[in-house]
Design a protein. Sequence first.
Length: 96
Amino acid sequence: MKILAFEKEVSGVTEEAFKPHLKEEAARVWELYRAGVFRELYFRQDEPSAVLILECADVEEAKGFLRTLPLVQENLITFDVIPLAPYPGFARLFGE
């Protein structure tokens, strides 16, 4: 199942608080990418937050992987997690 995850920063956290954890964060993201869990990784152009596409069995599994990220463990960020389904609209072109 494809899962969309939008990063949300925790309010009141300074930019300085992130710095000691960024290399470890990148290493964990790389591990999850190599494992096929993180399939696509983006940063929003309009604000400094990540948008991830995960491949997981379900939302709970995706949340479990996201909890392994150092920035999540340090309570610097959280994620909105959204399960995705294939677009069914093309079926209307070909009948039921």
